[in-house]
Design a protein around this ligand. Structure first.
Ligand SMILES: *Cc1c(COP(=O)(O)O)cnc(C)c1O
Length: 366
């Protein structure tokens, strides 16, 4: 049996009637940007997250970057970022001219270690940027405690964690701002690029609305230097449909994850992902660790099981950041994870048979 890592047609097939109707509604309306669908999605997603405001933007990268910009973070400022993350997290910081200060993860949960974050605070630190990596909420209670002690903003990168919960609260509430990506492969995915910022801070939401739309509230009255970063009406209409299915789809992800955890335990030297006591995991990815990754990956591929590495290069070792001058060994945990992590197929549309095929293939390979 062939098990692709991801099947982006399956969500459409399941929701074809609803998605086709949403698309037709927008096309018949003749209204394509910043209209009723965007307004409705923003209200619905804010309510879903338990937050006061949602401002949609063009993508997850912009959600992070525009938030930092709206908070006035820039040259001379430092932002604490995970050493182990997708590079977009760091790009947001460097895009506003601030300095990313890498903090090593808690090795069990893959998320930023609050103790190490506190140790990295300097007088220039302005914000902590935790990432809910692979869909697992970071230790937000501890991180918010650190932020409070030093007067820092907490800007969460929740690109992989739509629908996750931290101590019972939906990710999206309780910090300065929370950035989401609705890239098609994410748990809540559009049919193209989209993203959003969720916040309880009305002034911050207002600044974001201003910045995303050419710095103007009324046509051609540009109050601040803005940009163009918007979610269009078609994407918003599709996101409204998919939001209604997010909890169900995340539950289906969790069922696959539970099966993997139950049936892969004791498969050789494989380290299975740990779920933190405070976390309701969104299972964007199911990431295992092994020091014999290449061999495992090849054997799975031979059995038709496609895997991906998230991510193969620690961010500080990426050529993009060569100028920052971090040598090999600067962040050993991030480097080790980059060498050992492997993502198995998971998703709401992975069949029971396919999950079984993944389990058999892994067991055969160990
Ligand atoms: C996907 C992702 C982003 C960026 O989102 P885009 O919509 O692709 O710009 C940022 N951070 C993390 C952790 C992501 O996984």
């Amino acid at each position: 049996m062939r098990v692709p890592f991801l099947d982006l047609r399956a969500p459409y097939v399941e929701l074809r009637a609803e998605i086709d109707a949403a698309y037709a509604r927008v096309m018949e309306s003749g209204w394509h940007v910043l209209g009723p669908e965007v307004e409705a999605f923003e209200a619905e997603f804010a309510a879903y997250c338990g937050a006061a405001h949602c401002v949609t933007v063009g993508n997850g990268c912009d959600a992070l970057e525009l938030t930092l910009r709206a908070l006035g973070i820039g040259p001379g400022d430092e932002v604490l970022v995970p050493s182990h993350t997708f590079i977009a997290t760091w790009f947001a910081v460097t895009a506003v001219g601030a300095r990313p200060v890498p903090v090593e993860p808690d090795e069990k949960t893959f998320t930023i270690d609050p103790g190490r974050a506190e140790a990295a605070v300097t007088p220039r630190t302005r914000a902590i940027l935790p990432v809910h990596l692979y869909g697992q909420p970071a230790d937000l209670s501890s991180l918010r405690g650190v932020a409070e002690r030093y007067g820092l903003a907490v800007v969460e990168d929740a690109a992989q964690a739509a629908g996750a919960r931290h101590r019972g609260d939906r990710i999206g509430a309780g910090s300065t701002a929370v950035a989401f990506s609705f890239y098609p492969a994410k748990n809540l995915g559009a049919a193209g690029d989209s993203g959003a910022v969720v916040t309880d801070d009305a002034a911050l939401a207002d600044r974001l609305r201003l910045v995303r739309g050419y710095g103007a509230r009324a046509k051609y009255r540009h109050e601040v230097i803005g940009t163009n970063s918007r979610t269009d009406e078609v994407q918003a209409a599709i996101l409204r449909v998919k939001l209604r299915h997010l909890d169900d789809w995340n539950a289906r992800r969790a069922a696959v994850a539970q099966r993997y955890l139950d049936e892969l335990g004791g498969a050789g030297d494989l380290l299975l992902p740990a779920v933190a006591s405070w976390a309701e995991h969104a299972w964007h990815l199911f990431v295992v660790r092994t020091d014999r990754r290449a061999e495992l990956r090849d054997r799975l591929a031979a059995d038709g099981v496609e895997t991906i590495i998230h991510y193969p290069t620690a961010v500080h070792r990426s050529p993009a950041y060569a100028d920052l001058g971090w040598p090999a060994g600067a962040f050993p945990l991030a480097e080790r994870l980059a060498a050992e992590v492997l993502s198995l197929p998971i998703g709401p549309h992975l069949s029971g048979e396919q999950a079984g095929a993944v389990i058999s293939a892994v067991r055969r390979a160990r």
